[in-house]
Write a protein that binds this ligand. Sequence first.
Ligand code: BDP
Length: 703
Amino acid sequence: MNKIAGWIFLFLLSTTSYADDGYRLWLKYDLIKDVAKRDDYVRSAQFIVLNGNSQILKSAADELQTGLQGLLGKSVPLIANAGNRTGGIVLTVADAPNADAQTLTSEGYKVLPKQNNIAIVSKTEKGVLYGVFALLRQIQTGQLVNNLSLTSNPKIQYRLLNHWDNTNGTIERGYAGESLWKWYELPATVDPRYRDYARANASLGINGTVVNNVNASARFLTDEYIQKVAALANVFRAYGIRVYLSVYFPAPKTIGGLKTADPLDPEVRKWWADKTKEIYTVIPDFGGFLVKANSEGEPGPQDYGRNHADGANMLANALAPYDGIVIWRAFVYKADSKADRFKAAYEEFTPLDGKFDKKVIVQVKNGPIDFQPREPVSPLFGAMPKTPLAMEFQITQEYTGFATHLVYEAPLFKECLDTDTYAKGKGSPVSKVIDGSLHGYTTTAISGVANTGSDRNWTGNPMAQANWYAFGRLAWDHTLSSEDIAHEWIKMTLTTEPKAVKTITDLMLRSREIYVNYNTPIGLSRPWSGIHFAPEPWLEKSSRPDWTAIYYHRADSIGLGFNRTATGSNALAQYRLEVQQMWNDPETCPLPYLLWYHHIPWIKKLSTGRTLWDELCTRFYTGADSVGWMQQQWAQVKPAVDPEIFADVTGRLITQHKEAIWWRDAWVLYLQQYSRQPIPAPYKKPERTLDDVKRLVDIYQLR
Ligand code: BDP
């Protein structure tokens, strides 16, 4: 009997079609249902010729075969030479004199028709790999490939993910499970998932990964961990991805046995040089070091009376014999209750402009404070003409609702990249600072703090995959629009049904503004305690004044907002004059930034015709209500989306709606104590009291 039941079970297992668990990300390669279109693609994909034999080229051919097999339901053979045959795909690494390669930079590619074949050409193997992914993307998104002619060069050289992962498997600000890296098993056991991680990144053109937390453990520099990291590097190399390490600045003391970590001390310098050599011996294509120093209690060169340039240049010196870089973070601020934390990075770094070694890039967070749902751009982007600056975006949703809130981040990234710094007059957007074109930097970089984890679908919320995708696409080409990126991602990941694509695109494009509205509208910022989840505007005690909420919003009986004009902290003076002029006057300062720079009376009429208080309430209420709209939109796409993913997102939106109302209530009930104004019609007074909301937060924090 048991045996029969077993057979029946096995039979059922073999006939059941499984729902999509999100593991395949945007590389699903499901069979194209439209037969006419499929036939068309099949005609162009009769065979693949691989002109070359390297590891990366093999990955490219392998991906092409896997992709075409899935999309066309046809196995496409690899052949040695096209001869007179036509209708195939020819992958070629072309040297410089080759006419096809002429307009390409080293990792760029062309996909073009050639002798009735599709040629994928690049000066490097990596470029060929990126070209393959571009061709597959073209097919996945339903575009024609006959006569296709694509030329694409990455605008930024180092396109990196930063993982904030620890040796014990936890992830700082991670919301999708544990670390992907199984440190305890490495280097002997190499999880096949590492390869899929590399494929996903390569499909976007991401070419480097910092595998550990910026709050770094010195353990990563021990022989034990270097071997583990090398095992990861061995997998990633075949996909053109180099590994980098975050380093603990005092490591020469903690693991090296030295008495100091002073960057000018000869023994310390030698220690780093030896350590770097040791790393390159096992990881010959090691990318370099990422450093958080003298920041949030992390030690650094200032502990020895030195400055950031001394520290960074010492590491650059250790890397001198190799093709590696130092990425030195500018996320610094001191615990000084009188200072405005907004100003700290500018004050510490601008005096060092031009003093960094050519191997050093200074990595700046998009905003001056810390990855808020909306920040103005960091003034540093307009103030370091002699130092290559890297952008640091946060993909993981530390301040944007963890894994329950659907927030599509491309509009946030674009808003920053498109902001004009006026560093060289009008037309000096942040994008041109970081891509090197404005100041002629030869080394350029962009980093995204990863949102990946061990969850089967990688990002917890399936919709958060779009943020990883959007970061990668913008790192390659910051001129792409948020909308185009959303279209691509949806078609590759969720559905190609046109109406559903449109509905999901609308939902995604509006999601960030909706979040800002119920979380930090009109330029409010940082209302959280340690876990950075639910707003706690009442928060007035912390180990540092600038970790409280009241420090930022400055609510009082007169009004709300942080005065950063000349009558306040004068942080605005850190921007170019033209930028100051845009934001200096509360009458003309755009509403999204108003409370970042001005303390505005509750009863002041804004450009919308409403008073500050009424405008705030309008934003909080419409923000929370709009999550209801998001739910309705999502409900409409049910027939077009995989049931498992549909149900998952539906559930998260229910939670998001509940939390949005809670967060709205937290803010309006708290602020009402100061504004002493009623909630304007047609909005209804919250059903709970401020104490109820505070209790809710307290309980949440207990988790
Ligand atoms: C903050 C995070 C903290 C990070 C820090 C950083 O809350 O966990 O260590 O940034 O970027 O946003 O160094």
